[in-house]
Design a binder for this molecule. Structure first.
Ligand code: UD1
Ligand code: CA
Length: 482
């Protein structure tokens, strides 16, 4: 097993990616399904457990290096100041990292769909056939632009010819060079010294190594990928969208086969890091990002966007946006609910329609059913927060905390002005503005007392429909009391 472990994987990511037409983002940092393009390539490369993982950077170098430090700190960035071709890039990588032998895998940085398993098959074939170089190839419907795999009369690989340099016969070859290779490191280093820039692009082609090694009498082989879709590179944002769709389909398919119901795969988007338990149900138009986890029997959607959020067993989340929230088992969220970071809902709690929460810890069975903002608060088990309650947590300078005990009842349209506490089993009358602690079991009434000014409408608004209605009501009351 360890014999087949490569000494190095070299990821080529120095190119400009002109066709992405981005002012801000280097090509390999464009994202799909929760990872950058180069992030997907690195994840596939890691499956090979290489001794060294080297990324050749150039255009947008600072951003790419900063990104690598975040997503794969053990990857070694090597700078290629001028992009003189793929051969030049690999030569610099070998020299800078001091790689002098072993198996060396090279892969383009803009092929996010490539599976680690396919790379592993490529390496396996390389060793089985005792090749000096093994190329990943595939037949594609339109090979325009790609390097072609040239085979000899016996079917063995003799060279790769770039599209620009190919004659009509060679351009008719449907088998292309995908841009992934396995080399004998020593032979690669030696051959790269002999690669010239004598071609249509004036660049050092890595692909020329194949012909050079063949002429030296070494074996060259190709491993043909069955699924050409997987080998697709991304050069512009149309291909980026196509790759995203492909990858999303692949992710959803794996989860469905593992027992997750996805009602409408066309409108469901799931990042690679998301995890599910069997019998989770995802309704249409739902996006699940980051480390979101959906437990067994939970139902999420329609119309949900969850980021880094966990949803407990048998919970129901409808029409909600949730970011870094913990939704417990049998909890009900939605519709039209916004849960922000630090929100934790215990078993059977409820965050209902038009409710926003931030750093809110809601106890078991506690209910916040309608039109409420809860910020920086603890709500104890079994409490009920009436419609239109505002937890006023911000005084214009600092945020403050509110504590509501267990089995408390806050009447509708109340404002709890933090810092403040409502004790266990306490009540707050509807429409109260609570500015001091409510002791356990007390009933706080913090609002103007009601006063009726009798006969006001008939005196001040005579002849209006209101005055008529009032007179009618009084006449009836008069008759009834006779
Ligand atoms: C390359 C192959 C071609 C293959 C195709 C598959 C060569 C000469 N040709 O062509 O046979 O069919 O990929 O997509 O290799 N890069 C660097 N430094 C450079 C030049 C390129 O790091 O100096 C990187 C790019 O960022 C990219 C990769 O190498 O990730 C491939 O380069 P690109 O210019 O896209 O090569 P192609 O012309 O597509
Ligand atoms: Ca390319």
């Amino acid at each position: 097993m360890s014999a087949s472990r490569p000494a190095a994987v070299i990821v080529l990511a120095a190119g400009e990616g002109t066709r992405m037409k981005s002012r801000t983002t280097p090509k390999v940092l464009h994202e799909l399904c929760g990872r950058s393009m180069v992030g997907h390539v690195l994840a596939a490369a890691r499956r090979l457990e290489p001794d060294r993982l080297i990324v050749v950077v150039g255009h947008g170098r600072d951003k790419v290096v900063e990104h690598l430090a975040r997503v794969d700190p053990d990857a070694l960035p090597v700078t290629q100041a001028e992009q003189n071709g793929t051969g030049h890039a690999v030569r610099i990588a070998l020299e800078t990292a001091g790689i002098a032998g072993g198996t060396v895998v090279v892969t383009n940085g803009d092929h996010p769909l490539l599976r680690g398993e396919t790379l592993a098959e490529l390496v396996r074939t390389h060793h089985e056939e005792s090749n000096a170089v093994t190329v990943l190839s595939t037949d594609i419907p339109d090979p325009t632009g790609y390097g072609r795999i040239v085979r000899g009369p016996g079917g063995d690989v003799t060279a790769i010819v770039e599209h620009k340099d190919a004659g009509p016969d060679q351009r008719a070859i449907p088998e292309i060079n995908v841009g992934m290779y396995v080399f004998d490191g020593l032979l690669l280093a030696d051959a790269l010294k002999r690669v010239t820039t004598d071609n249509a692009s004036g660049e050092e082609y890595l692909t020329d190594v194949v012909g050079i090694l063949r002429e030296d009498g070494h074996r060259a082989g190709a491993y043909k990928a069955a699924d050409w879709v997987e080998t697709q590179g991304v050069n512009d944002r149309v291909q980026l969208a196509q790759a995203r769709r492909q990858l999303n389909d692949r992710i959803l398919e794996a989860h469905m086969r593992a027992g997750v119901t996805i009602v409408d795969p066309q409108s469901t988007w799931v990042d690679v890091q998301v995890t599910f338990e069997p019998d989770a149900v995802i309704e249409p138009n739902t996006q699940l990002h980051g480390g979101t986890h959906i437990a067994a029997g939970a139902r999420v959607g329609p119309n949900c966007t969850l980021t880094g959020t966990s949803v407990g067993e048998d919970a129901v989340v409808v029409n909600a946006v949730c970011d870094s929230a913990e939704i417990g088992p049998e909890v009900s969220v939605g519709p039209f609910t916004y849960l922000r970071p630090g929100t934790r809902l215990a078993r059977k709690a409820k965050a209902g329609a038009y409710v926003e929460m931030k750093k809110a810890v809601v106890g078991e069975g506690a209910k916040v059913p309608h039109l409420t903002y809860v910020g920086d608060a603890d709500i104890g088990e079994g409490s009920n927060i009436g419609a239109g309650t505002i937890f006023a947590n911000y005084d214009g300078v600092s945020k403050h905390h509110t504590d509501v005990g267990s089995h408390a009842f806050v009447g509708s349209d109340s404002v709890l002005v933090a810092p403040v506490a409502v004790g266990d089993g306490a009540y707050v009358a509807a429409g109260s503005v609570v500015v001091q602690a409510v002791t356990p079991g007390a009933m706080a009434v913090a609002r103007g007392r009601q006063r009726n000014v009798e006969g006001w409408v008939e005196r001040k608004r005579p002849g209006t429909p209101s005055a008529e209605a009032a007179r009618g009501a009084q006449a009836q009351t008069g008759q009834q009391s006779e």
